[in-house]
Design a protein around this ligand. Structure first.
Ligand code: F6P
Length: 503
């Protein structure tokens, strides 16, 4: 880490704004502060983009009540935004992760609505917008990320109308019937509409958003364009469409090809007693990931005698997440109880049923695990994309391994030759697991080849290039008065329901 010198603050022509920085500040046991890579797909996806552009990253350093000066980390200019203990409770754990997160993930857990959480969300979004506005060069491009910061685009446009503003929603955008529960539904839509381009993971998410725009505002939509009318200002054209996110696929393949990673994969297999099949789950410990459904299916297969613990082992990596939010504490208890029960019932002296790990692992270890795993289980109940599914395919340069993938992930729109499952259907999931275990090698190879082709072609650089070039075009078109529909062939859609009173 070193102090940032060049360019000076206020001169960055490209800025990413996200709740979390790519590194989290940690305090070692002896009290010394240090840094560790922060969790989640967002950072994984944006890091390579940031390294390519000499931009700045505005975000929170993962610890409350610390004010940090801007610094440089691994070639990226970092501009920390402080959060207090109260902000953490109300903006992060509260509104972001106990209101929006469950609401946007199909109310798998019940969302809570509290006005003090909303007030904090507004205040913290303003702080992020101020930091971006203060650091952006004239006419700079600012790319705002995810559901924690949905008000930032509008706030930023008010502060700095010269900027080109992009917004990308990494998680699903729910159907209107669910979204409309939110007492502040109109403010959020208006906040996002401050961007020039709004990106979503799936076509369905973009459709849900456009529908919410029509229901809650007087703006008209003509897919993918939304005409935003603001009193006293020229009408703006906003693009809202799908840009499925990806990974730096080549770097996973390159790691997997290294002999020491392959040796580590062999060592992992050995350590697990060399079972015929190793199945793997890798998730943040989150109720959206369907870890319980996966364990249930595996436990039942053992109970039914359709598999034996000597033949099939499950490795579950569950990295700690949002540990002070009650739903996450309850989930941890539930998962660990289930793991304990299955191991208690079925493990032998030489074979564990489930090898459970409540940590994150460095990328090298993850790639070794991907190589060691015959079957990858991604059973999310709802997931914006699921980059783990893509990482598994990218790592399998040997064209082996079977991906079992929930149809409720964004990834399932692209990874069509996976074994797609509905994780709520436990019998269907059990059958898919057995089919994956028994799949003959030629079929495994043909499926994995197709999956890898997609993941290698549509990598994260293609994602960011496609988003950022749409953003650049949108800006040019807006300033030249471009009409996306010069022949008037598309039909504008407008509908409106009266806004509900917030509590
Ligand atoms: O992808 C969704 C997301 O919430 C990201 O915004 C975030 O970086 C990641 O998951 C991890 O979540 P958190 O920052 O709450 O630990």
């Amino acid at each position: 880490m070193s102090a940032t010198t060049d360019p000076a603050p206020g001169e960055y022509s490209f800025i990413v704004v996200s709740n979390r920085l790519p590194v989290d500040r940690i305090i070692a046991a002896d009290g010394t502060p240090g840094w560790k890579h922060s969790p989640g797909g967002l950072v994984t996806a944006l890091e390579p983009v940031m390294r390519e552009k000499d931009g700045a990253w505005v975000g929170w350093a993962g610890q409350a009540d610390v004010e940090l000066e801007p610094f440089e980390n691994d070639g990226i200019h970092i501009i920390p935004v402080p959060l207090s203990t109260d902000d953490l409770e109300n903006y992060y754990e509260g509104f972001s992760n106990d209101t929006l997160w469950p609401l946007y993930h199909d109310v798998i857990a019940a969302p809570s609505y509290h006005r003090v959480w909303w007030d904090s969300y507004v205040a913290v979004n303003k702080r992020f917008a101020d930091a971006a506005a203060a650091n952006a060069a004239p006419d700079a491009t600012v790319w705002v990320q995810d559901y924690q910061l949905q008000l930032v685009p509008k706030m930023l446009r008010e502060l700095r109308p010269d900027l080109t503003i992009g917004f990308f929603n990494h998680i699903p955008f729910p159907p209107y019937g669910i979204y409309s529960q939110l007492p502040w539904r109109t403010q959020i839509i208006e906040g996002m509409l401050g961007a020039d381009v709004i990106g979503f993971q799936r076509v369905a998410d973009a459709g849900n958003f456009s529908r919410a725009v029509r229901r809650l505002t007087t703006n008209m939509t003509k897919n993918p364009v939304i005409e935003v009318a603001t009193a006293g200002q020229p009408t703006r054209r906003v693009i809202a469409k799908a840009f499925p996110i990806s990974i730096d696929s080549k770097s996973f393949e390159e790691l997997a090809r290294q002999p020491h990673i392959q040796a580590r994969a062999a060592e992992i297999r050995e350590g697990l007693g060399n079972p015929g099949t190793i199945m793997l789950g890798v998730d943040r410990l989150d109720y959206t990931k369907g870890i319980g459904h996966r364990l249930k299916a595996y436990g039942e297969l053992l109970a039914d005698g359709r598999i034996e613990v000597e033949d099939v082992t499950l490795v579950q990596v569950a990295s700690p997440s949002r540990e002070r939010v009650k739903a996450y504490m309850d989930l941890r208890d539930e998962i660990e109880l289930t793991v304990g029960r299955i191991n208690g019932d079925y493990a032998t002296m030489s074979h564990t049923a489930i090898s459970y790990h409540h940590h994150g692992y460095p990328r090298e270890e993850m790639v070794a695990l991907y190589l060691a795993a015959d079957v990858m289980l991604v059973t999310a109940l709802r997931d914006g994309m699921n980059l783990v599914a893509k990482e598994y395919c990218a790592a399998r340069f040997d064209n082996d391994g079977v991906l079992v993938l929930s149809e409720f992930t964004g990834a399932s729109d692209e990874l069509k030759r996976s074994l797609r499952v509905n994780p709520h259907d436990i019998d269907g999931l059990k059958d898919a697991i057995l089919a994956a275990i028994a799949m003959p090698k030629p079929e495994r190879a043909s499926r994995m080849k197709a999956l890898r082709k997609r993941v290698l072609e549509y990598d994260v650089s293609r994602w960011s290039t496609s988003f950022l070039s749409t953003l650049a075009e949108a800006k040019i078109n807006a300033s030249t008065g471009f009409d996306p529909d010069p022949l008037g062939e598309l039909e504008w859609t407008v509908e409106r329901v009266p806004a509900r009173q917030a509590d």
